[in-house]
Ligand binder design. Structure first.
Ligand SMILES: *Cc1c(COP(=O)(O)O)cnc(C)c1O
Length: 395
């Protein structure tokens, strides 16, 4: 891997005690509320039976929140497992000194990757027999054993062995001395949908596969199937551990799951006013003049743009909070800047803070609001903030 591929280490503060005052140097930043993260872990733990473990899903740099600091915080707060999507994400956590079990959810397909999985003591997902045999061969050479989790496809049609073939797959893995069966899991496709039909069917398939495996006399490892939505939905989905991502970060996978527990959003996005001026009625604003001032207007230029992860598709539709007031964004969002109509705050000064996502006095702007405007999901919004924005931990 080229060294610039790991450049995220430079801008993801591993020091969770980063001071808020550090924002004085920033034109724009992502603020991470440790207290909210701890609160969410406790709320989630409160839903679980004592014997069910909380696996914190910290893939994609902890959904844009900063994987190392998030991992350290959630482990302190009561999570006992971590999950990542890629080998590199797992190594990043180990290099930071994190010792908890880490499950890699993505597929590992080359001997070199197996080597690294073994060296860094990560737990790997196996999706089929071919992978299992490749793992066994590499591990035999290293004279090492590894704990693996088998992924069963019960209806997601993504990674995993078709659930109907689970027994043969598990039998094979059980016969390979270098592989220790640590878990069997599956993943829901529609857990956030109010209609439970597909979800219940997937759970039934998972149950049937497990019953067949048990009938073979194979002792069952950890079983897990629940993402955030399933975790919030019903403890019947919890099994031995739950794999929670979105809810950790304080968002609900769907409005109908809101009443279950009280979650607090962890991430806020803030930027500073770079310049304020008055423009005359009829003046075009930003590239392409996609907005023409219909009156004399106080205009604020703010130092954040699409290269920071504010989608250009929100141009003329974004609303931000300034001094606790809702303020409309005007004209095309540019790479490093965007403009606001601040006629309502004529004395606004350069350097003042604008809240793009977060709570500012009475105003609450959530990643859900952005997701709705963009016809996408909050997961994508959270992951969209670039590493150019430092993650600053507060509370
Ligand atoms: C991302 C992921 C999760 C977490 O999903 P959330 O909806 O964010 O809780 C759980 N399991 C697997 C396999 C995943 O890929």
């Amino acid at each position: 891997m080229l060294s610039w591929d790991t450049g995220s280490n430079l801008t993801t503060p591993s020091d969770p005690h980063f001071r808020l005052s550090d924002t004085v140097c920033q034109r724009a930043w992502v603020e991470i509320d440790r207290g909210a993260l701890i609160h969410n872990v406790r709320q989630l733990k409160g839903l679980l039976r004592p014997e069910t473990a909380l696996m914190a899903v910290v893939k994609a740099d902890a959904y844009g929140h900063g994987a190392i600091a998030v991992a350290e915080t959630v482990l302190e707060a009561g999570a006992t497992w971590l999950a990542v999507a890629t080998l590199q994400e797992g190594i990043q956590l180990r290099e930071a000194g994190i010792a908890s079990p880490i499950l890699v959810l993505g597929a590992i397909n080359t001997p070199g990757e197996v080597d690294a999985i073994a060296r860094w003591q990560l737990q790997s997902t196996l999706c089929n027999a071919q992978q299992a045999l490749m793992f066994a061969e590499v591990l035999a050479q290293r004279q090492q054993t590894l704990t693996v989790h088998l992924n069963l496809d019960t209806g997601m049609s993504r990674l995993g062995t078709p659930w109907q073939d689970a027994t043969a797959f598990v039998r094979l893995v059980a016969q390979l001395p270098s592989l220790k069966l640590g878990g069997i899991y599956s993943h829901f496709a529609t857990a956030d949908d109010p209609d439970p039909t597909v979800m219940n069917l997937q759970q039934e398939y998972f149950g049937r596969a497990i019953a067949q495996i048990q009938a073979e006399g194979i002792s069952l490892p950890l079983l897990h199937i629940a993402n955030s939505a399933a975790t919030l939905r019903d403890c019947a989905f919890h099994y031995d551990l739950v794999r929670v991502g979105l809810a950790l970060y304080g968002l609900y996978p769907s409005p109908h799951l809101r009443p279950t527990i009280d979650l607090k959003p962890v991430l806020q996005v803030k930027a500073r006013v770079a310049q304020v001026k008055t423009i005359a009625a009829g003046t075009g604003i930003s590239y392409g003049y996609k907005y023409i001032a219909d009156r004399d207007m106080r205009l604020a230029v703010v130092g954040i743009g699409y290269a920071d992860g504010v989608p250009r598709n929100l141009s003329n539709r974004l609303q931000v909070s300034v001094r606790g007031q809702r303020i409309p964004q005007v004209g095309a969002i540019t790479m490093d800047q965007l403009m606001l109509d601040v006629t309502a705050i004529p004395d606004l000064q350069p350097g003042e803070v604008v809240t793009l996502i977060g709570t500012d006095e009475e105003q609450v702007i959530s990643a859900d609001d952005w997701a709705e405007s963009l016809n996408t999901i909050s997961w994508e919004i959270l992951c969209g903030f670039k590493h150019r924005l430092p993650r600053i931990f507060v509370n």
